[in-house]
Design a protein. Structure first.
Length: 506
């Protein structure tokens, strides 16, 4: 009852005219920042953080949290409409969102993404409200061995993303892992894989540069080849009735939404994990759970719903260790943590006691931000759909310019722009040769996280790999991961054995 009373006090704070106005403005600004390739929630919060010094700390954190939420919603827009991930958190949405748009189902994809984001956000806020202190203890129980086991489980879930061609899937994963190793060694600081001694490789390969190159430039080259000179205009119509029907159809995806929400939230509360691994893992699990896994990557609504529910749930989850432990759960919450310190607020368990107004005002504002982000997103669906009505001869140069801006924005280094163009050609060739792109993209995201956790674990255990199986949580997760790794290989061998046996009988 104390929680409900505190939450009601929080709603009174969140619905003060100034704070409510900041929630709506933050959601709208975040929506467009998230939709711009290369920006995303991290840059949006960093750019607008100085503005918050004009208002009280509670109003400031409410505005930045709404901006964060809006950016999570907005990332799906350019992923679906242009095939360019607005942020790293929306890469998994591109896998099925873009094919749906090309099939004339962009309205269903956009509505599905918005609704899934709302469900993921709502479930995660309820979990946050009810279980903040004990969940913080769960996050503390995850040491390096548990984090590595979780990364292995993520790899295992997307082994199936490449379809039946297991060797090509493994090849894509290994290429992604190699690219994730470029830069300075995390322990010794020595340079590694610095191709042709180019200084731009010292800061590693930015994941967003790879994603924009492969899914923006690569997709554009593929479309140009398929068009053979014809002007492409996607036939799309959007009506209020169509949006309502799309919302009704989403009832079939409620299991996937729930799975993505829970998985995203728990991955989000782990320090340094964040929304990107959560959304990618949710996509892999959704495909594994599906009765029609082969339809993933070709325009399956579940492939949009799962990552969108997960990345919004993870964005809320990542705030939990920030508030309760003072440990940021994602790059965006690291900036929010800096803002709290500047405002004179010390994160930790005492924050809930000494600054109740601040904490519960923030939690209540998340409910409001979630609702307004959904309403604004669905209201703007007709405007977003106008993009697809443009002839491809006009759309292609716009996509190219957005890709260049998106490649330059994260590091402001021309090296990354040239690298993005190389990845674009590479993505086009891999698609032409029928190599799966998703496993490579996922590997470059999870590679650095997996490397850091495995090396820390081995240093703790003096080089013994038994540490991953001796601890109850990591041991259980590792066994599940090994089972998932073995299953597709076992299924392939069994199919070939049966076909060989039947062929011999014939």
């Amino acid at each position: 009852m104390d929680v409900l009373a505190a939450l009601m006090d929080g709603f009174f704070i969140a619905f003060e005219p100034l704070n409510l106005g900041l929630v709506i403005f933050g959601c709208m600004a975040g929506l467009f920042i998230g939709a711009m390739p290369g920006l995303g929630s991290v840059n949006g919060v960093a750019i607008l953080l100085p503005m918050t010094f004009l208002v009280p700390p509670t109003s400031a954190i409410i505005f930045l949290a709404a901006l964060y939420y809006g950016a999570m919603y907005g990332g799906a827009i350019s992923s679906i409409m242009l095939g360019i991930p607005g942020a790293s958190t929306a890469v998994a949405t591109t896998f099925d969102g873009r094919p749906m748009a090309l099939k004339g189902m962009a309205d269903k994809a956009l509505v599905g993404a918005a609704a899934a984001s709302f469900v993921g956000g709502t479930i995660s806020i309820i979990l946050f409200t009810a279980f903040a202190p004990p969940l913080a203890d769960v996050a503390l129980a995850f040491g390096p061995p548990e984090e590595f086991a979780l990364m292995m489980l993520a790899f295992a879930t997307f082994i199936g993303l490449g379809g039946d061609d297991i060797p090509k899937t493994f090849f894509s994963i290994f290429i992604g892992l190699v690219m994730s190793s470029v830069g300075l060694d995390i322990i010794s600081g020595n340079p590694r894989l610095i191709f042709m001694d180019l200084p731009g490789f010292y800061h590693g390969i930015n994941f967003l540069v790879l994603a924009i190159g492969i899914y923006g430039i690569g997709e554009m080259l593929w479309t140009v080849e398929q068009a053979k000179g014809d002007v492409i205009v996607t036939k799309v119509t959007v009506t209020v009735r169509g949006i309502i029907e799309a919302l009704k159809d989403l009832r079939k995806t409620k299991k996937v939404m729930f799975m993505g929400s829970i998985l995203g939230f728990f991955v989000g509360i782990l320090p340094a994990a964040g929304a990107t691994p959560g959304s990618l893992m949710a996509y892999g699990v959704a495909r594994t759970m599906s009765k029609d896994p082969d339809s993933f990557g070709k325009g399956n609504i579940e492939g949009v719903v799962a990552p969108e529910a997960a990345n919004n749930a993870a964005s809320t989850g990542s705030m939990l260790p920030m508030l309760t432990l003072g440990i940021p759960g994602s790059p965006t919450t690291a900036i929010l943590l800096g803002g709290m310190v500047i405002w004179g607020l010390e994160p930790g368990p005492m924050l809930f006691i000494e600054h109740k107004e601040f904490v519960w005002g923030l939690i209540a504002s998340l409910y409001a931000a979630n609702f307004f982000a959904l309403a604004i997103n669905i209201a703007f669906v007709p405007a977003f759909m106008m993009v697809l009505k443009m002839p491809f001869t006009i759309l292609a140069p716009i996509i190219f310019i957005l890709c260049i801006v998106g490649g330059f924005a994260p590091t402001q280094d021309m090296h990354d722009v040239w690298l993005m163009l190389v990845f674009g050609v590479m993505g086009y060739l891999m698609r032409k040769l029928d190599y799966p792109l998703a496993p490579m993209v996922l590997a470059i995201v999870l590679g650095p996280l997996a490397e850091a956790s495995v090396r820390q674990s081995l240093m703790m255990s003096h080089g013994s790999f038994a540490t991953f199986f001796e601890r109850p949580i990591s041991g259980t997760i590792m066994l599940i991961a090994i089972g998932l790794f073995a299953w597709p290989i076992f299924s392939t061998v069994r199919k070939r054995f049966r076909s060989g046996a039947y062929g011999a009988e014939g």
